[in-house]
Design a protein around this ligand. Structure first.
Ligand SMILES: [Zn+2]
Length: 178
């Protein structure tokens, strides 16, 4: 409404009209299909995971090795320079013991979510992933971990091709190797 329009033309439909089925109502299920591109860098990163490989991009401007890879260095404002393969081991940078699911429902067993700094990448470069085969009270910052890959034939080119990271066998200490 405005100062010139005191009343819209036509007849208003009231909630009572709707409840009384004075108007035709119809329900339908929408079927939405999505397709999107992961981009050059993440596409190659994901297809590498299918082959149990973690790929990064190097930037000659700042000398960093970026994981997940990107074709553009946000620090140097220039394209990155080359692909390099990094290891599937790393160190826990930070972690959380989660007692709730993503829908806020309570979990019987907590899940361990961690940022893993990947060996061969620059400091603090890495992935957010799950920890497994470790008790929550044993997780610590700097803990050395390795990827546990899904078996051949079950990997699909997704970050979940890595099931989780587990403590590195041999009890290697929590030193940063990046
Ligand atoms: Zn750079």
């Amino acid at each position: 409404m405005s100062s010139k329009v005191a009343r819209y033309p036509g007849v208003e439909i009231t909630p009572e009209d709707v409840k009384a089925h004075r108007y035709l109502l119809t329900n339908y299920e929408t079927e939405l299909r999505y397709a999107w591109s992961s981009g050059v860098a993440v596409s190659r990163f994901l297809s590498g995971l299918e082959r149990k490989q973690i790929w990064a991009r190097e930037c000659d401007g700042c000398g960093r090795t970026l994981v997940p890879p990107r074709m553009y260095c946000e620090r140097c404002f220039r394209p990155t320079d080359r692909w390099v393969r990094v290891r599937d081991t790393g160190s826990v940078v930070t972690y959380s013991v989660a007692h709730v699911n993503s829908d806020a429902s309570r979990r019987e067993e907590p899940i361990l979510v961690a940022v893993i700094e990947i060996d061969g990448a620059s400091p603090l470069m890495g992935v957010l992933h799950l920890l497994g085969e470790v008790e929550p009270e044993r997780v610590e910052i700097g803990m050395r971990v390795e990827a546990v890959w899904r078996p051949d034939g079950e990997r699909t080119g997704a970050i979940t091709d890595i099931r989780y990271f587990r403590p590195l066998a041999g009890g290697e200490g929590g030193t940063r190797t990046g």
